[in-house]
Design a binder for this molecule. Sequence first.
Ligand SMILES: *Cc1c(COP(=O)(O)O)cnc(C)c1O
Length: 365
Amino acid sequence: MTTVTSPLLPPLDDFHSLLEEIWDKRWITNNGSFHQKLEKALAEYLGVKYLSLFTNGTLPLITALQALHITGEVITSPYSFVATTHAIWWNGCNPVFVDIEENTCGMDPKKIEAAITPRTTAIMPVHCYGIPCNTDRIQTIADRYGLKIIYDAAHAFGVHRDDHSILTCGDMSTLSFHATKVYNTVEGGALIVNDKEAKQRIDYLKNFGFANETEVVAPGINSKMDEIRAAYGLLNLQQVDAAIEKRKHIATRYRGALHDIPGIRFFNDIPGIRHNYGYFPIFVNAREYGISRDELYLKLQKHGIYGRRYFYPLISTFSTYRGLTSANPENLPIATRLANEVICLPIHHELTEEVQEKIISLIKR
Ligand SMILES: *Cc1c(COP(=O)(O)O)cnc(C)c1O
């Protein structure tokens, strides 16, 4: 069976040595030495100044909205993992869905402006598949209307534009280190902020609001990464570049083999962007290709190839959200179509050329 991804696992012997260190120190969570080391190492690797580790990629989204005191309406993308919109809901805010652009799968800046009301306080875009959103235009809109921007950058680990991390765009950006992501700490995540005071506040918020032993300065949550996963994360950081390099080879091979198939569309590298090759989405135009996305999806499954339809169904179609005015499919034509066309093909550091050839020939027929 071939799945869409395979978790990057640290060498077991190395992990065991670090576990022995943890056992010796008897310090297993609460800002221990591995936690501190991983925060520093990740900030350096990613090229950002202020990063705070979390236990997953959903809590930094929720915490970012809390930290920025977001209320009212938050404009967001329906073409994402459901956690993006849930984070807005968990803050008692109302999500407002805006359609995406076909060429980035990110929110369409032209449509953001039309969705702003007097109740809008923030924009939560998604760097879908690690493709950077149109961040300059989104920033211009946010500045014009006095809105905050929180990027769900769960897919954008290590993505750079013109040698700068895209994680410093907007007011805050979040990462997920879930097992299925390019870089994982089993479960984990991070919040990237632009100044020291914001990091201090985030560090309080992720630890119940404790500023010190006796003072609680805000109604915080518990989202501290433990020492075991921080140690695991340090080891994975050493091998993530090699894993991304392997993913890049696979993406290049897919592109070479699939470019002349009518009705199959995919993304090429964008000049000036350092990609992480976390996903390889293809979009199936049933009329030109001959069979529908779901027929191809099931055909691959029949041969043991388990792609994923990220992001189908759209978040705006789930029962909690489909009653919202902005969830009307007529408001979201591009997202609706792409959700019906997409299959993310298997791509990971362990995918063999042989299996990839099998996937390619199944798509070619
Ligand atoms: C994975 C993911 C998340 C959630 O991350 P978890 O670590 O699973 O909580 C949020 N947004 C997007 C776009 C994701 O892909």
